[in-house]
Write a protein that binds this ligand. Structure first.
Ligand code: WT7
Length: 655
């Protein structure tokens, strides 16, 4: 491999960076527990821990004996003067812009009050510590308030991305046996209203555990929400808040108490409820926000991820608020009312740190370099990337047209399961090779292993492993110990964590990520399992069988291709394609709609009845089929090639 050109951080950046001491890599590796305990000491604890790490593979406990509260670390801590720390009471915590252009601002003091009020509301509704609260809200400040209020009383929050559909929502509610759901009447998306409360109402037909729904009114000038309200079950957010007291003493949570459960797709039809606890999670999220995103109270920071994903939990809520930064939140679409929206907002709010995903950058590239050129963008000082590998040409575009060659780029590798960033540069220090996430964060140990668990030499691809426990690691899958062990720890006999990603190292010890090595599909950086989409497809009355694979997509990285077998009396038609697509959007969310539907009288199967996905992937990507010897019925191939070239399959293509 050629040595890539390296980009050194500008001196003006390094001079102000939170970390520039290179020896931190050696000192943290010499004693990782001591290093993590030093980070944990920077948080606010009610009682100190007695044990830093208790590692009984595959279960880790961090900071046992300690008690703390996440909302105190995000809020209360900034309101009373501390040594060398500014009082941030009147400092803006949340800066919000709605899609129509409406604006809201909450200072740390105001956010604290709102969180206290909502904590009292939760208590009045008899929500107890470790009860599960499902939050199905768009990007509104109330989403942050709801999460922090749960944390304040010790309830477990589980945010469901508001772009997911009724099946995804009811599955999560039932898995958690949640008693309360928080939603909004609607949200704006590309000039249209998305009626979220309606989706909740439809989901709840199959959710006996839910007792109450709280609805946020999107338009604060309206006295009642725009949705159906059922008198016994439905409550209105602002009415509850106006009657609540704004003082609620934080509960003292054990370090290992669950802070939240967040679902992510695996390879089956059942998403995994990833469990994160309090002390270790906050410690690593704080450390990585401070050193990788380099956040300071003076920053106006925009992470474009929705809070429905882990990136939003760790780097919209907990990390930046613990750092005392101003968090910018935007409700709507990037191209509304036109494709200059993002750059205009960066100028309007003087965003200094911008963290987004390669799929968004590819979209910006397609919209053209002339659009960011219309904006000043001089407020930016650091750029970030997350969700999938950023290829060098995308990196260079981002660096040149957005960062104007003044801003380092931090490419951050991590997962829902890791809770916080694991592999990334330290922006004041690392010389950046475009396209590589570079090195594990200090205190983190990763390796490229073969299936036997041996480390591979540079330039050989293998499987990315995490070889030591880390503070923000998942503590399990909600109520599924067997799956936890099998998914993440069986590969290397409880010795190392299996990430499911391929990777290779270069001669300089930089990690290059190579994408998923399992069957998980990653659309625009978000995971979905083929089975979840297949279940939605076969729930359509005309469909008898379906198989879903991905194909490479210029914008989204991967796009969903569905192979569908219809009932014998049904024929493909544009109307049928539309109704099948709508079915998927309804059940598992519009983001998971197939980009292409290919009708076939039969699916390719092995003699044991297993669908040959590799074959379907090759067909979808117009690649040679490869070995077809194990097919039960070779005639299926001619059906499939015909189907792929038929006009009905082409008409299934849509945005
Ligand atoms: C998967 C995790 C955690 C952030 C959002 C996605 C891929 C994530 C990178 C990166 C290459 C990346 C991996 C990982 N991924 N960041 N910087 N470079 N790949 O969270 O839904 O849990 O997905 O996203 O494949 O396993 P997620």
């Amino acid at each position: 491999m050629d040595k890539p050109t390296l980009f050194s951080p500008p001196k003006s950046f390094s001079d102000e960076a939170n970390i520039t001491d290179e020896t931190i890599y050696q000192s943290s590796a010499a004693n990782p527990e001591k290093y993590w305990a030093e980070w944990a000491q920077q948080l606010h604890w009610f009682t100190p821990w007695h044990t830093i790490l208790d590692w009984q593979p595959p279960h880790a406990r961090w900071f046992d004996g300690g008690t703390l509260n996440a909302s105190v670390n995000c809020l209360d801590r900034h309101l009373s003067p501390r040594a060398h720390q500014p009082n941030l009471s009147d400092h803006t915590a949340i800066l919000w812009e709605g899609e129509p252009g409406d604006e809201r601002r909450l200072t740390y003091q105001e956010l604290h009050q709102q969180v206290n009020c909502f904590a009292s509301v939760l208590q009045q509704l008899n929500i107890k510590p470790s009860d599960r609260v499902v939050i199905y809200l768009p990007m509104l400040p109330e989403l942050i308030i709801a999460c922090l209020a749960c944390a304040r009383i010790g309830a477990i929050h589980s945010v469901v991305f508001a772009g997911l559909g009724i099946d995804s929502l009811s599955q999560r509610i039932n898995d958690l046996a949640a008693t309360l759901v928080i939603t909004a009447d609607y949200s704006w998306r590309r000039g249209k209203k998305l009626f979220l409360k309606n989706t909740v109402d439809r989901s709840l037909k199959n959710c006996p555990s839910v007792k109450k729904i709280i609805t946020v009114t999107r338009d604060p000038n309206q006295s009642t929400p725009t949705c159906h309200l059922s008198p016994k079950r439905d409550l209105i957010w602002h009415k509850l808040m106006s009657a609540a007291t704004n003082h609620y003493p934080p509960s003292h949570q054990a370090a290992e108490d669950i802070l939240f459960v967040l679902y992510t797709s695996g390879t089956t039809g059942r998403p995994k409820g990833i469990v994160h606890t309090t002390g270790g999670y906050l410690t690593q999220v704080y450390a990585t926000t401070k050193w990788i995103l380099d956040l300071k109270p003076t920053d106006v920071y925009w992470c474009t991820a929705d809070i429905g994903w882990i990136t939003g939990h760790s780097y919209v809520i907990y990390g930046p608020l613990m750092c005392g930064a101003t968090v910018f939140m935007y409700e709507g679409a990037f191209d509304f009312p036109n494709q200059t929206r993002v750059w205009q907002m960066i100028d309007r709010y003087k965003i200094s740190v911008f963290y987004t995903a390669p799929t968004a950058i590819r979209q910006f590239i397609q919209w053209g370099k002339n659009l960011p050129a219309l904006s000043d963008l001089t407020s930016l000082r650091l750029l970030g990337s997350v969700g999938e590998p950023i290829n060098p040409s995308t990196w260079h575009w981002y660096h040149h047209y957005i960062g104007r060659e003044r801003c380092p780029i931090v490419d951050t590798w991590w997962q829902t399961e890791t809770g916080a960033i694991m592999i990334a540069p330290l922006p004041g220090l690392t010389k950046l090779p475009p396209g590589s996430a570079t090195q594990p964060f200090p205190g983190i140990s990763t390796a490229v292993l073969n299936s036997a668990g041996h480390s591979l030499p540079p330039n050989q691809s293998g499987s990315l492993a995490i070889t030591q426990p880390w503070p923000s690691m998942l503590r399990g899958i909600w109520h599924d110990e067997a799956r936890y062990r099998d998914n993440y720890w069986s590969q290397w006999h409880n010795q190392s964590y299996f990430t499911g990603d391929g990777a290779r190292l270069d001669q300089q010890h930089n990690f290059w990520l190579l994408g998923r090595i399992d069957d998980v599909i990653q659309v625009a950086g978000h995971r979905i399992s083929s089975t979840e989409i297949e279940n939605a497809l076969v729930s359509h009355a005309a469909v008898t069988e379906a198989a879903v694979v991905s194909k490479p997509d210029e914008l989204k990285g991967e796009a969903v291709v569905a192979f569908v077998t219809l009932l014998p009396n049904r024929r493909p038609s544009p109307a049928l394609i539309k109704s099948i697509t709508k079915r998927v959007a309804d059940r598992v969310g519009p983001i998971n709609k197939p980009a292409q539907i290919i009708f076939t009288p039969q699916l390719p199967k092995t003699r044991s009845g297993k669908i040959m996905r590799r074959l379907l992937r090759n067909i979808a990507a117009h690649q040679p089929l490869g070995d077809t010897a194990t097919l039960a019925d070779p005639a299926v191939i001619s059906h499939l090639t015909q189907a792929t070239n038929s006009p009905s399959s082409k008409s299934a293509r849509h945005k």
